[in-house]
Design a protein around this ligand. Sequence first.
Ligand code: PLP
Length: 262
Amino acid sequence: MNNIVVLTIAGFDPSGGAGIQADLRTFEALGVVGISAITAITVQNSTGVKSVHAVEPDILKSQLDFLLSDIKVHAVKIGMLGGVPQVEGVAELLLKYRPPNIIVDPVLISTSGKRLLSIEGVEAMKRMLFPLSTLITPNLPELETLTGIKIDSQTSMDSAVRILNKISVQNVLVKGGHSEGDAIDTLYQSQGLPQTFHATRVVTKNTHGTGCLLSSAIAAYVAKGNALHDAVGLAKGTLSSALHTPVSIGHGNGYPHISRTI
Ligand code: PLP
């Protein structure tokens, strides 16, 4: 069998809802083989993130070098990065091995309010990783932080995406989950008009790691040969059904879970 391999470069969430564990669970459920490199270890449970400990950049680079010198990957998902040295390390290794289909989830702040990437880290990610990406997947607050534009209309969203295009971002999926009503995401591709994806809002507190699941699912579907537009549609469907079968453990927020059928 010809295995399809997807690499996640992300943080470790010991409660299992987000980060590397969510990514690997998603890959497994969607029938691709997951491999991973850890950028940071967080201390967190279902109630939130207590602290963040970035992995030594040399260790991160060594993980990536050893993996990529050995295994051919079909897509890469990048999540939480930790800091400037980790961003630099990831960019260096991506430039060395040039894997295809790089999906960047620009993780900036946890839902519980903990900063997961420093301000300098955000600038480094924009400068070094965005130009290497196939797609970035900001939610509305992340799009505002990345561009400095207040998003309150279609026009302001269009302007924000144009700012990202100017720094060599090819494709942007703006996730509308933070606005009112149904969850409407908008895909801006380098060619053609923006396309929207609608999903009925699932009213739940079990939303921890939704961004991780969505970006990993997009990476998996693209790795399996789907066009970007189709991969986004499929991934959104996957997330919607996973939100209906959550894992709710601990005193805080649970997380969507793909492989559960009851
Ligand atoms: N911890 C890790 C390792 C993450 O990657 C993320 C988000 O991507 C979070 C925590 C925050 O997750 P949330 O804001 O969904 O609770």
